[in-house]
Design a protein around this ligand. Structure first.
Ligand code: SER
Length: 324
């Protein structure tokens, strides 16, 4: 990939990967798009265009005008919002992806489409969930991700579109807040630990979910997009993860640095039931074997960097600091 177009560029992943890709490929080579506009670095550090991904013609025009050879399609509703607004989730997640794939087919672009641990349902093995475990999700978000994976594979087989994808776990980051997800509690816990020293978790003790620190997620996208196509056996999406944690594990890691941190629970039935349908710990060995995926951040290293970055931002009153 040389000239990249991103959708959802102002979201949790987009606002960091846009900046990283501009460092790697040059500012002008990376077009950021999002349905909203703001003054963040991702919107200002290079070309930006407002785009509603459900508008297929506007999608095509933006990619064509940029002479994109790669599309990183991040615009989507996350799990909890999707469960509250299932029709909108289907229209945005599937309609947007279909427009991205059609544009990729018409302009001969490579495409990255994120899937999620949510693509698995309650009948998948909970621990060591294999790459090829059945995908029978019970949430609208999961259904859109599982169907989206198949759509990517279809475009690869039918039209030779170079589609690549990752099943992301919960992503922990400090640049832009996640919105409407189930794993968001992890980010919130760091923000509150560093701010007030207390956090009330809506996800229960003993609920294990996969997580990954944002720099590992960004590196994985870049690495997969540059991977030798002849090594890739899958055009759906690869399992990737760096850790399997529950709220107590994150809290214990935080207490190494902030011994007075306190954690309480007030369970949100919707998000708890979503989490209960997802695996505890997925197996990412196919990604390691086929394109050398190797995350660098374990829980404690993630905690150290999160707390240091949040403290620095707060002390400097830095613009863009996460306020939850
Ligand atoms: N982080 C996402 C969510 O919680 C999962 O892919 O919705």
């Amino acid at each position: 990939m040389k000239r990249i177009m991103l959708t959802g560029a102002l979201g949790q992943i987009g606002s960091e990967i846009t900046i990283k890709l501009r460092e790697m490929y040059g500012n002008d080579a990376v077009l950021a798009t999002d349905i909203r506009e703001d003054l963040s670095l991702a919107a200002q550090g290079g070309p930006f265009r407002a785009l509603d991904v459900t508008d297929g013609q506007a999608f095509h025009e933006a990619a064509s005008a940029h002479r994109a050879d790669a599309i990183i399609h991040l615009a989507a509703l996350l799990s909890a919002t999707a469960e509250a607004k299932p029709m909108l989730a289907w229209q945005l997640n599937m309609g947007g992806l279909l427009n991205a794939l059609e544009t990729a087919r018409e302009l001969d672009c490579q495409i990255f489409a994120p899937s999620s641990i949510a693509a698995f349902g309650p009948d998948a093995p909970r621990r060591g969930t294999p790459q090829d475990a059945p995908l029978r999700p019970e949430t609208m978000y999961g259904i859109s991700k599982a169907a989206g994976e198949q759509l990517c594979d279809y475009y690869y087989r039918k039209f030779a579109v170079d589609a690549r994808g990752l099943r992301f776990p919960g992503l922990i980051s400090h640049a832009a807040p996640p919105g409407g997800g189930t794993t968001d509690y992890a980010v919130e816990m760091y923000v509150h630990a560093e701010g007030s020293g207390h956090y009330t978790s809506y996800i229960g003790k003993g609920t294990f979910l996969d997580m990954m620190y944002m720099p590992d997620a960004i590196a994985a996208v870049a690495q997969l997009m540059e991977a030798d196509a002849s090594r890739l056996k899958r055009r759906t999406a690869y399992n990737v993860t760096a850790m399997s944690v529950d709220p107590e594990a994150i809290s214990a890691s935080i207490r190494r640095r902030l011994p007075d941190f306190t954690l309480r629970y007030e369970i949100d039935p919707l998000r708890q039931s979503i989490a209960d349908g997802w695996p505890d710990a997925i197996d990412s060995s196919a990604a390691s074997e086929e394109w050398d995926f190797r995350p660098a951040y374990d829980l404690d290293r993630t905690t150290d960097e999160m707390l240091e970055s949040l403290a620095r931002k707060r002390l400097c009153g830095e613009k863009g600091a996460i306020l939850l």
